[in-house]
Design a protein around this ligand. Structure first.
Ligand code: PRT
Ligand code: MG
Length: 213
């Protein structure tokens, strides 16, 4: 039986470097150097497997709608997307960080409605709703740390790793929202239709993740 085409969507940016060794452990190797190319689609050592390299936030969308069969994305991005149409069978344990609420160092508690700047508007809305707090959310696309400094927001919801970026801008982490790492996702349709091809890839990547622990 001829093998079906399989497309894997990879997040460009910081996750990509840690992704390639895990793919290689599953014997999936791009046919050329992804970092030195401006291509978006890459052939691999398997004639039926292709890689697409796209914005991290677009990965779940591609996989949800079947534009790709599988993908790799940060849990932050998956939480914000909501996960519709996706299975999340494997924690790759890479690109670890935390989603946090942060604000200006020693900022007083806010009376009444807080204004929150973030690119994670859905995550933030849900988090503060769970806390029973009324907030207004302002969507930003980057440099969230600037918002409290400029008086645009009382707090931000952002990714924190070492905390250096917050500190360098006079901010501090305040509340923990979630531990983040990158996950392998599979489209629900692909999992049904291409299970025989996908399962061995999952198994090999899972073994590679265990070895790295
Ligand atoms: O650039 P684009 O808008 O396409 O996407 P992006 O900037 O989100 O992509 P990228 O490549 O920067 O990050 C992709 C993913 O990496 C995120 O979705 C997370 O899952 C994961 N990740 C892990 C991080 C970090 N660590 C991280 N430290 N993403 C971002 N940061 C940034 C953070 O936003 C903040 O500006 O680093 C800064 C904080 O780092 P510390 O060490 O100073 O605390
Ligand atoms: Mg970036």
């Amino acid at each position: 039986m001829k093998k079906q085409q399989l497309t894997i969507a990879l997040s460009k940016g910081r996750i990509l470097e840690e992704t390639l060794p895990l793919l290689e452990a599953a014997n999936i190797v791009p046919a050329e150097n992804i970092f030195k190319s401006r291509k978006l689609i890459f052939d691999t050592n398997h004639e039926n497997i292709k890689l697409v390299v796209i914005r991290a936030t677009d990965v779940p969308t591609y996989v949800e709608y079947g534009g790709a069969d599988m993908g790799i994305a940060g849990k932050d991005v998956l939480m914000e997307h909501g996960g519709e149409g996706l299975y999340e069978p494997l924690d790759l344990n890479i690109s670890r960080c935390k989603l946090m609420v942060a604000g200006l160092k020693d900022a007083p508690a806010v009376e009444g409605r807080m204004r929150i700047a973030t690119k994670f508007v859905n995550v933030a809305r849900q988090y503060f709703a769970q806390q029973g707090k009324q907030v207004d959310i302002v969507k930003l696309y980057g440099a969230m740390e600037l918002a409290p400094i400029m008086g645009l927001a009382d707090r931000i919801v952002d990714i924190v790793d070492t905390g250096n970026t917050l500190r360098a801008n006079g901010l501090e982490p305040m509340d923990f929202i979630a531990d983040i790492s990158s996950r392998l996702v599979v489209g629900q349709a692909a999992m049904k239709m291409k299970h025989r091809q996908i399962q061995p890839i999952l198994d090999m990547m899972s073994a590679a993740v265990d070895k790295q622990r």
